[in-house]
Design a protein around this ligand. Structure first.
Ligand code: ARG
Length: 467
């Protein structure tokens, strides 16, 4: 192996002293930005090829650089390259290793480039990849929800407002509500991709580069649809990271709402669902416990994802143009958000796929309740009573039924008629089934509407990973 490279000293020719040890550790980003090695090398490969194509370096030098970079990528992948805080970040680490491998030719790679456009290039490549993984995991999650909804098409559950029983809904309709949230999330991430998909290389440190580079060539090599049009903006823009983190925060918020329902529904008081044992935790003291830790953590991790978003917004707030070292703080939060979101989606998908649905308990939960009160009011409206009066009559009826300890079904026709002469025998035909069937508006919970919705969204996500 060649002798140890002195990259860190090479950059300090205007100084007489080396950097303080504590400072070296403080400013280093290599402990976390090593994760950008693949993107950094891809960017350098395209840049070197462009430099050769433009005659800015020789073909031979470009070949040396390219083969050196490819070998370094292998070393990193095999865990053979040590990451040392002396070399500050992934860019200097790879450059230094290239010097060790190919000597002074390595110094030509940084022609027409700055770490400022290099780092944001890496980050854009990283975010683009993260978006595609996120969308694919969101799709898996949607398919899991859809699978459970399709397998339980006829199940009716109490729908809630204020967490009080409100009106019956199809269980599938409830799950499809989450499908819709996740659908908006997918579109949000795809939209975020448009802003991430811009090549910053060529912006240099801040003012553009003083060489006849071919930015379109580099963009095409790296798969960018656009190139940035203002060099100052390009090196200091982290909107695409903020957008990813914002979209992730919204997705986590959605997941945390479903998580809360899983916690609630798996409780002894509800028992609407039962978690598969592979997705439940035990207690260290109470042997009977079957805890919904996955759902709780999905709910809890939402906090750190919000934190990362607020963290970066705060880092960026008030920063003068162009690059500032503050921006190095963009990475840990981003990596954490991507890791948290992807793992939450993956584990939660499994939880949903293996969930046992207790339709009988849902039915039972509605049996003694007054969840059909709106339907009784609607019944009176159909017989000619204005809705506000119907609401008033049924309110009194509910009060009476509660005082007698009876359900609506248990009231006699005479008891009904004590509140309105419009009540007739057919009042006893009102059930949770007729209640959901009545709501056949587009977007409503009637079985034919839900079946149509299931068909529509199944087309959207396809068959893969079907339960
Ligand atoms: N590690 C730095 C970061 O993450 C790379 C860019 C450094 N540029 C500079 N001029 N010091 O932002």
């Amino acid at each position: 192996m060649a002798k140890k490279d002195e990259t860190k000293d090479r950059l300090r020719s205007r100084f007489q002293k080396g950097v303080d040890k504590a400072v070296e550790k403080y400013v280093a980003s290599i402990p976390f930005d090593w994760r950008l090695y693949k993107q950094d090398i891809a960017g350098s490969l395209a840049h070197a090829q462009m430099l050769a194509k433009q005659g800015l370096i020789s073909k031979k030098d470009a070949e040396l650089i390219v083969s050196g970079l490819v070998a370094i990528r292998d070393e990193i992948e095999q865990g053979k390259l040590e990451f040392n805080p002396e070399l500050e970040d992934i860019h200097m680490t790879i450059e230094s290793r290239l010097f060790e491998k190919i000597g002074d030719v390595a110094g030509k790679l940084h022609t027409a480039r700055s770490r400022n456009d290099q780092v944001v290039l890496d980050l854009r490549l990283f975010v683009k990849e993260a978006i595609s993984e996120t969308v694919s995991k969101l799709r898996d999650f949607q398919r899991a929800l859809l699978g459970v909804a399709e397998a339980n098409k006829t199940v009716i559950m109490p729908g809630y407002t204020h967490l009080q029983q409100a009106q019956p809904v199809l269980f599938a309709h409830h799950l499809l509500a989450y499908f819709e949230m996740l659908q908006r999330d997918v579109v949000r991430f795809q939209d975020c991709l448009k802003r991430a998909d811009v090549l910053p290389l060529g912006s240099g440190a801040l003012a553009g580069v003083a060489y006849p580079v071919d930015r379109d060539f580099v963009a095409q090599k790296l798969g960018f649809s656009e190139i940035s049009v203002n060099s100052l903006d390009a090196v200091s823009d982290r909107d695409f990271v903020i957008e990813y983190e914002a979209a992730a925060a919204i997705t986590m918020m959605h997941l945390s709402r479903l998580a809360e329902e899983m916690v609630l529904w798996s409780s002894a008081e509800f028992e609407f669902v039962e978690l598969d044992e592979a997705y439940a935790a035990s207690s260290s003291i109470m042997p009977q416990k079957k805890n919904p830790d996955v759902a709780e953590l999905a709910r809890g991790k939402t906090g750190r994802v919000y934190g990362n978003l607020i963290g970066l917004l705060t880092v960026m707030k008030g920063l003068p143009l162009a690059y500032n070292r503050d921006m190095q703080e963009d990475k840990e939060g981003l990596f954490d958000t991507v890791d948290t979101l992807l793992s939450t989606l993956e584990v939660f998908t499994g939880l949903i796929k293996t969930l046992k649905i207790n339709a009988a308990r849902m039915q039972q939960a509605m049996s003694g309740s007054y969840i059909l009160a709106t339907d009784l009011a609607d019944y009176l409206v159909r017989k000619g009573l204005p809705f506000r009066q119907a609401h008033n009559v049924v309110g009194k009826l509910v009060r009476y039924a509660i005082s007698k300890g009876k359900s609506f079904q248990e009231l006699s026709l005479d008891e009904y008629r004590g509140f309105s002469p419009l009540f007739a025998d057919d009042v006893h035909v009102i059930t949770v089934e007729t209640s959901v069937a009545a709501r056949s508006v587009i977007g409503g919970t009637a079985p034919e509407q839900v079946v149509a919705a299931l068909l529509r969204v199944r087309k959207l996500v396809g068959k893969r990973n079907e339960k």
